[in-house]
Design a binder for this molecule. Sequence first.
Ligand code: NAG
Ligand code: NAG
Ligand code: NAG
Ligand code: NAG
Ligand code: NAG
Length: 767
Amino acid sequence: MDSQKIQFFLLTLFFHYFRTTHADTTLATYIVQLDPHGTPSSLFNSKLQWHLSFLQQTISSDDNNPSSRLLYSYRSAMDGFAVQLTQSEVEHLQSLPDVISIRPDHKIQIQTTYSFKFLGLNPRGEDAWFRSSFGRGTIIGVLDTGVWPESPSFNDHGMPPIPKKWKGICQKGQAFNSSHCNRKLIGARYFTKGHLAASPSKIAEYLSPRDSSGHGTHTSSTAAGTSVAMASVFGYASGVARGMAPQAHIAIYKVCWFNGCYNSDILAAMDAAIRDGVDILSLSLGGFPVPLFNDNIAIGSFRAMENGISVVCAAGNSGPIAMSVSNEAPWIATVGASTLDRKFPATVHMGNGQILYGESMYPANRLMSLGKELELVYLTDGDRMSQFCLEGSLPRDKVRGKMVVCDRGINGRAEKGQVVKEAGGAAMILANTALNLEEDSVDVHVLPATLVGFDESIRLKAYINSTERPLAQLEFGGTVIGRSSAPAVARFSARGPSFSNPSILKPDIIAPGVNIIAAWPQNLGPTALPGDSRRVNFSVMSGTSMSCPHVSGITALIRAAHPTWSPAAIKSAIMTTAEVTDHAGRPILDGDQPASFFAMGAGHVNPERAINPGLVYDIGPDDYVTHLCTLGYTTSEVFTITHRKVSCHEVLGMNRGFSLNYPSFSVIFKDGMRTKRFNRRLTNVGNPNSTYSLEVMAPQGVKVIVKPRRLVFDHIYQRLNYRVWFISRKVKGGGSMTSAEGHLTWVHSQNGSYRVRSPIAVTWKVK
Ligand SMILES: *[C@@H]1O[C@H](CO)[C@@H](O)[C@H](O)[C@H]1NC(C)=O
Ligand SMILES: *[C@@H]1O[C@H](CO)[C@@H](O)[C@H](O)[C@H]1NC(C)=O
Ligand SMILES: *[C@@H]1O[C@H](CO)[C@@H](O)[C@H](O)[C@H]1NC(C)=O
Ligand SMILES: *[C@@H]1O[C@H](CO)[C@@H](O)[C@H](O)[C@H]1NC(C)=O
Ligand SMILES: *[C@@H]1O[C@H](CO)[C@@H](O)[C@H](O)[C@H]1NC(C)=O
């Protein structure tokens, strides 16, 4: 650790101790946003000087070094700074001219080889990988927990040279220096100030871009990892591991530490990434949905979008609760999670002859015959929360040598295995509860273990209860591909409608996020638990964190094939070509029901089709500004989000009946309303001479009128408009239906492979 860092750390610690003794001297971190047009820049030598002038006016002269309170000065992702202030200083700062918003810093959380085959990408033949040269030359900036640069997935063999436009750096730090970057990993930075200000005593990890937890190594290799032959996790899922865009470059921005990711650090990373020259920002992190003018990722990514950067974010893991989707700004691609058709069966053979299906990646020989029969135990000491196998809750004499049943919840899945093992248990059965039902994220447990669904867990517990000496054995079945219906929506995947903006259908898309295998730090066990001494180059994780980099990588493929397309055009290509049926041609499921658009957005990503969509719905930065006005945001709120001074009153006057040119439709009938009209504009990116005709599946209870019903293009990049009316047929008070779904698809008349599909979600709102 370099000595400056230690010093800073100790000083901050002292500072906090000292400060907290008086009520109004407690410091907290704030993100202060300024009006970039406010003060003539000629008054100051630099943005930094201008930012510091606010501190000089705010912080009393007793504090002899106000600038030490400044954490970051932002100029690209937004105009403003992050600073530590007392409550009274905040009040004073608020009154100064040019200060447009002051937001307390909050932390958010990170939301874990084969997926390329599942998505239909094939290294041989004329396909998306070939058309895009495997994403050659694009730069994906990944904001995450850092990277393990020695992983074979970041080898730069066969990589093209670093793009000339790249201005990033390979920041030196603990166990990390410039020699760790190469033509694959072209940049690395780390951001600690927000984190240290909030939790000065917790930095027991690499103070550098190096990954201490595995998450960032996993996500960045999913987006753009190099091909690695013979990748597997202890023999499971063996094959070639490869990111979605194997010829794209990666730049790592470490913003997440063990206790989370602070917005002040995230904004600083976005600020740097915009100047560094990334093409895509991949953020596998998120919190709860918040209004856009309080959403730092939405604000930073607006500027990124204006600079032509595609921003791809995880939708969050708070599903299946409605309105849980986060990162919902319309200029962000919001990605939910789907399952693969790959299973890791590990069945439970109970003493009564019954067999329970379960899944696990415990490293047993896949041909292993039935293991030893063990005594089953399910402890339900409520005070100690034994049923969850919390640390210290399992009495050694009750679990020694036994197969312990642990309910899901409270602590981590792999951690429960560690607790059972430390208490002397011989094996574990993880039992899903009513909260997680059939959710099937597997782990590489530290002892023989399996995960069973909710129904199975009821049968298991009934058997345990029915006999004096319940017995069971585990059987590990290796890796089984293609026998389950997939993709399906992952239960944990966050759901719409969007909390802050229900007029935009979110999430946008789903992509693989369950049991994803990708690169792993070489000093961690596959569970990342401190006691796990096993070593692997690949491990398995589940979450919308894993789905996000799949779409980031696919975005890189499309950019490489179509370098002039805007972020909105690329997102449109991904959305309008998505699949709404599974590999067997049946509707994509969510549990045992067909998935709604609020679970899967436009559907499951299909890179092969996305690279050649025929038509795209394009959106320019000004359109988003008008859209925000139509949502009823005030002029100052619009200013906070976009840094643009507009009078919403005038904007709306000039854009009567404006609708954002989004590739999906969210139609809301508020009480009494009968008709909603939308305008859309399609850009021809397929064959120059193309005629498209319309296919509509009207949502139940809604009449859909489209004009015109045919679009005749005669050159490339030509734009044609159409209008849609949605007319509610529901009579007031009649019927209990509150939502319905349909779609609107433009089909190429000569080539039926071009199908440009938009989902329609209709909601009736009764006061
Ligand atoms: C960087 O670190 C490696 C070891 O991790 C060391 O071999 C190398 O000399 C260092 N390079 C520089 C430029 O400091
Ligand atoms: C176990 O059996 C007892 C009596 O046979 C019953 O009251 C109890 O509800 C059962 N518990 C479970 C979890 O099945
Ligand atoms: C991980 O990869 C490195 C470099 O390719 C190799 O030397 C090492 O043996 C691998 N480790 C495991 C556990 O496979
Ligand atoms: C498109 O059609 C027009 C007239 O129908 C024709 O003149 C033109 O050559 C065609 N363009 C292409 C690229 O086929
Ligand atoms: C038909 O459309 C598909 C894209 O969906 C495209 O790959 C193919 O080249 C097109 N065929 C012709 C003859 O244009």
